[in-house]
Design a protein around this ligand. Structure first.
Ligand code: GAF
Length: 378
């Protein structure tokens, strides 16, 4: 049974009728452009065919009732003033209701069943997938207009203000606006999008190390402050505004740690623009080299990889057919992404899984992903 069928079936059993709408919302994998979004920079992610599904129907009152199949738990609350009461999955639902109401939207109540197969805490945006799924559910029952960028900003507000995580805009943007068979080059300053077709000569393989690191939030926020410090040093709004020539001329005056953080962001922005160009030109070898360079910079300058990520990336690169490999997402654990020639994909997955297990004793989960559409009502 598919996940969609499961939420529909559970809905019928739980609420005694068929759902009137079903929402799907994807996870994402970022091909390149890491830790650039909160520097007003560029990112190049794809939405993936790992998703959150919600079966729902409107209610006549202002109550919201959501059951999570994955947590086997239900949440019920009344729309209106809301407060944060815990740290569980339900905070995403309440946080979305809060953000939409704060933005002046008149919301209606609904009941629904939620389930997803985006691995949690793995760097594949399971949080944004849930946020945008709930946003689409509210938009559907309340008749709200659906525009990806404003909705993405609301999702980010949930992260920043309801959940207290100072994340950038990449995840919500790609989850809201993803396009089948395309990556999106997103300018995180003005939120403009350029769809870039994923070339047919390569497949995207996600390599989940199985490691999940705690304290990611504080390390993430620390990187953000270091980038802000560098931007202040250069007298600009964000590191996006510093070019390589300016950086090289003055980098000697910077604190060595802040210098390395800034160097990652400045070079990564450049690599991301180059990667979009290489993708458009079908130059997969160049795209792969840029992904490799991105990982090395995240490892050496930004210091957000861990041993598991470095090991799996090295193993991936040693496999036949691998064009490039890098960590993806916030880092400190979670997933890497590799670009692989289609004819080698199967052997690549088997080879990486076996060698990683041999090297670390842990079983990774590797799978080929397809670029999918953003959050939608099906
Ligand atoms: C996390 C954040 F949510 C994104 O905004 C982004 O900064 C990413 O880490 C790193 O590129 O996914």
């Amino acid at each position: 049974m598919t996940l969609r069928e499961q939420v529909e079936q559970d809905f019928r059993q739980r609420f005694g009728a068929a759902p009137t709408a079903v929402v799907r919302s994807p996870g994402r994998v970022n091909l390149i452009g890491e830790h650039t979004d909160y520097n007003d920079g560029f990112v190049l992610p794809i939405a993936i065919d790992r998703e959150v599904w919600v079966a729902l129907r409107p209610r006549d009152d202002r109550r919201v009732i959501v059951h999570s199949l994955d947590y086997d738990a239900s949440l019920s609350f009344e729309l209106g003033p809301l407060s944060r009461t815990g740290k569980e999955w339900g905070e995403y639902v309440k946080g979305v209701a809060w953000a939409l109401q704060e933005a002046g939207h008149a919301l209606k109540g609904w009941e629904g069943v939620l389930s997803g197969n985006v691995p949690r805490g793995a760097g594949l945006s399971s949080s944004a997938a849930v946020e945008l799924a709930i946003q689409r559910a509210f938009a559907t029952v309340s008749g709200l207009p659906w525009q990806p960028a404003p909705m993405a900003l609301l999702g980010q507000r949930v992260e920043n203000q309801w959940l207290g995580l100072k994340t950038g805009i990449m995840d919500q943007m790609i989850v809201a606006a993803g396009r089948e068979d395309h990556a999106l080059l997103i300018d995180c300053r003005d939120l403009s999008l350029q769809p870039v077709p994923v070339p047919s000569g390569a497949v995207v393989v996600v390599l989940d190390t199985g490691t999940r690191r705690g304290l990611v939030d504080s390390a993430y926020n620390e990187r953000r402050s270091q980038c802000e410090e560098a931007a202040r040093f250069f007298g600009v709004k964000a590191l996006r505004d510093v070019d390589m020539a300016t950086f090289s001329a003055r980098m000697g005056e910077l604190d060595p740690l802040v210098r390395r953080r800034a160097r990652h962001v400045i070079t990564e922005n450049d690599r991301t623009l180059q990667a979009a160009e290489a993708m458009r030109a079908g130059d997969l070898a160049r795209l792969g080299r840029l992904m490799d360079a991105s990982h090395d910079s995240l490892r050496d300058d930004f210091e957000v990889t861990n041993d598991a990520l470095n090991t799996i990336v090295a193993l991936a690169r040693s496999q036949q057919g691998c064009l490039g490999a890098r960590m993806t997402g916030a880092g400190f654990g979670g997933c890497a992404v590799a670009l692989v020639s289609p004819e080698h994909a199967e052997a690549f997955v088997q080879g990486v899984e076996a060698k990683y297990q041999q090297a670390t004793g842990n079983t990774p989960r590797c799978y080929v992903c397809h670029a999918a559409d953003g959050a939608s009502v099906v």
